[in-house]
Write a protein that binds this ligand. Sequence first.
Ligand SMILES: [Cu+2]
Length: 123
Amino acid sequence: MNRRQALTRSALALLGLVSAGTMVRRSMGAGNARVVEITAQRFHFTPAEIALKSGEPVVLAITSLDFVHGFKVPDLGIRRDLLPGPATRIAIGALKAGRYEFLCDNFCGGGHEEMNGTIVVAD
Ligand SMILES: [Cu+2]
C-alpha cells in the first residue's frame, strides 16, 4: 500500500467512526424525548401496555433479562432484536391516537405466542 492509499484508508476509517457516532446519537433519541423503560422476559413485556399522548415523541428503552427477544410493531414498521444487557433504545416519533400492537417475533419458548403488548396513544 502506498502513502496515498494509506491516507485514503485512514480518511475512510475516520468517516466510518463519525457516522457510527451519529447513528448512536440518533438511536439515543432526540434531546429531551421522554424515556419509557420496559423489560422483556419470557414471556412478557413489562409494562405490556405503554400509554403515550399523541404528538409526544418518546424513546423506548427495552431491557431483555434473559434472551434475544424481538420487538416488532407492525403498524409502525419497527423491528429490533433485544440483546440481553444494556437497554435497546428505540426512538418513536409523534404518533396519532390509536392502538399499536407489538410482539416478540423471536421464538423464545413455550409462551412465545403470548409475548406481546400494546402502545396506547391518547389524544
Ligand atoms: Cu420472546
